[in-house]
Design a binder for this molecule. Structure first.
Ligand code: COA
Length: 252
């Protein structure tokens, strides 16, 4: 399925999913989460899809949740489009790759933690400023990030919301490789995805399950707990003020 803001295209067993809301740096709305979830669900059911590559249109990967949406239609529970999307990512059994063509913020980064292979454009900046906005980590990041890069670095990225570069992410082992520009980055990801698409499907699926099995239960519990606290904080005055400041600064 394709919508104007979530474009999908299949070629040689690889489904490309492009986040495409250029005027807002690919900020994600409720409708876009629903479309992403539908794309993943369809990819899971379609035997012709052997790998999925997530990428962004224009010069950004994703600026995260649409901040105006956070104020107008905050998620209310596990059935909210954002949490359904995160669950679909967590449960996706086929290889999931990302080509980070530009800045990635908030859930634009946490979604990467669920990918199997990640490539980023040289110089791309990533950040998870949840706490800066009066919010808490989501999408399993409080569990996955310290496991991937160690607690001290994860604390800097999650408690201070410090931005980091694709080069730092590579050095920390958070991503697999760097492309010189957006096209080269996408080509890197597509090349790997095509190779994965030619691997024996059942073996790939089982290997992915085995690689993730030890953290599967803890990840499910962590995401549920993060989700509950995230909703509480989103409805508290600190976050409302920080989010309103973002919207008003832009208007002013
Ligand atoms: N939600 C809604 N709108 C957003 C957005 C978001 N998450 N991120 C960017 N935008 C909008 C801006 O308001 C601006 O809209 P306008 O042209 O109508 O004023 C437009 O996208 C361009 O953003 P701008 O900041 O001018 O682009 P940039 O190239 O200088 O920076 C980013 C790009 C992604 C680094 C920057 O926009 C950013 O950091 N966004 C904040 C994202 C954020 O905090 N997300 C966390 C959610 S938990």
């Amino acid at each position: 399925m394709s919508t104007p803001e979530i474009l999908t295209e299949r070629e040689e067993g690889v489904l490309r999913v492009r986040i495409h809301r250029l005027d807002k740096k690919n900020a994600l709305t409720l409708a876009m989460y629903a479309a992403l979830t539908a794309a993943l669900t369809e990819a899971a059911e379609d035997a012709a899809v052997r790998a999925v590559v997530l990428t962004g249109g224009g010069d950004s990967f994703s600026s995260g949740n649409d901040i105006a949406d956070f104020l107008a239609a905050p998620p209310a529970g596990e059935d909210s489009p954002v949490f359904r999307f995160l669950t679909a990512l967590r449960q996706f059994e086929k290889p999931l790759l990302a080509a980070v063509n530009g800045p990635a913020v908030g859930i634009g980064v946490t979604m990467l933690l669920h990918c199997d292979l990640i490539y980023a454009r040289s110089g791309a900046t990533l950040a998870m400023p949840f706490v800066n906005l009066g919010l808490c980590p989501e999408g399993g990041s409080s569990l996955l990030l310290p496991r991937l890069i160690g607690y001290p670095r994860a604390a800097e990225l999650l408690l201070l919301g410090e931005p980091f570069s694709a080069e730092q992410a590579l050095e920390w082992g958070l991503i697999n490789g760097i492309g010189a520009d957006a096209d080269a980055t996408l080509e890197l990801a597509l090349g790997r995805a095509r190779r994965l698409a030619r691997q024996p499907a059942a073996a790939v699926r089982l290997a992915k399950m085995l690689l993730k099995r030890n953290e599967a239960e803890a990840l499910r519990d962590t995401m549920a707990l993060e989700g509950r606290h995230f909703i509480e904080l989103l409805n508290a005055p600190e976050a409302a003020a920080a989010l309103r400041a973002f919207v008003e600064r832009r208007r002013g």
